[in-house]
Ligand binder design. Structure first.
Ligand code: MHF
Ligand code: KIV
Ligand code: MG
Length: 269
């Protein structure tokens, strides 16, 4: 028996980079449990994000701040164990990566023993990113709207609208790539700025409320299934209203991302 047969089926970072290079859009959704992980994987979703958005849609909190590393380890393990092909990324939660040592300790827990393949962290934390990468832990950056900084920002607002902010975001994106990140999420920024950043970076750029030019798209699963609590962001789309069920809705999203029909202008800033 080939010991590597199982892992060989799972998408890798080089696979994702090759998709960017050949212009194939990367489909991504969040998942937090084995059932949804299986549905997404069988629908062909390329990347599953175990997002700290679980603090809002699973735990019912008003922000992502109460989520702990223990919570993320638990959800990452059950999601990763259920999928065969999808690449699994997990969020380092609020205040879990303040120093390189703390970040390494927590990122190792999230990536060890069959958990996630990559950790995502919010903001241009260049020293933390390069330290994790040097230890062999793949990192996904996250710029634009940073939900873990909601108390400083005073709400969930579009970022990068003025020229100075836009220049800073582009500089931060380049610095994150330079620090060794293998992927970048852009959240809630003008489509034109996201297009410029995507074009200038060689690593895959996954957008949420960042326009159609990104290399891939991500949504919170419960938003596109229309079951999340409260108001949904304008950039999300209800895929269940035109589908026969959850599996069909996920397949419809996957197709819409691949064919560049999602996001449309109404989902962009
Ligand atoms: N269910 C859910 N979906 C998400 O997309 C999501 C979460 N939770 N939790 C973590 C963050 C928070 N996010 C949010 C939340 C609200 C808006 C929002 O209401 N945006 C306004 C724009 C406000 C402005 O004009 O500046 C919108 O109308 O879309 C955006 C992102 C994205 N993430
Ligand atoms: C919205 C995405 C990018 C995220 O970070 C999450 O689901 O936590
Ligand atoms: Mg998150």
């Amino acid at each position: 028996m080939n010991l590597y047969a199982e892992s060989a089926k799972t998408l890798t970072i080089p696979d994702l980079k090759a998709m960017k290079q050949r212009g194939e859009k990367i489909s991504c959704l969040t998942a937090y449990d084995a059932s949804f992980s299986t549905v997404l994987d069988q629908a062909g979703i390329d990347m599953i994000l175990v997002g700290d958005s679980l603090g809002m849609v699973v735990q019912g909190h008003h922000s992502t701040l109460p989520v702990t590393v223990d919570d993320m380890v638990y959800h990452s393990r059950i999601v990763a164990a259920a999928r065969k092909r999808a690449f699994v990324v997990t969020d380092l939660p609020f205040a879990s990566y303040a120093t390189p040592e703390q970040a390494l300790h927590n990122a190792a827990r999230l990536t060890q023993a069959g958990a996630a393949q990559m950790v995502k962290l919010e903001g241009p934390k260049l020293e933390i990113i390069s330290f994790l990468v040097a230890q062999g832990i793949p990192v996904c950056g996250h710029l634009g709207l940073l939900p873990q900084s909601v108390n400083r920002a005073g709400g969930y607002k579009v970022q990068g609208r003025d020229a100075g902010q836009a220049q800073q975001l582009l500089a931060d994106a380049l610095a994150i790539q330079q620090a060794g990140a293998d992927c970048l999420v852009l959240e809630c920024i003008p489509a034109a700025l996201a297009a410029q950043i995507t074009q200038q970076l060689s690593i895959p750029v996954i957008g949420i409320g960042a326009g159609a030019a990104c290399d891939g798209q991500v949504l919170v699963l419960y938003d596109m299934l229309n079951i999340s609590i409260g108001n949904r962001p304008r950039f999300s789309k209800n895929f269940i209203e035109t589908a026969a069920g959850i599996d069909a809705a996920v397949r419809s999203y996957h197709q819409a991302v691949k064919s560049q029909q999602f996001p449309g202008p109404e989902h962009c800033y």
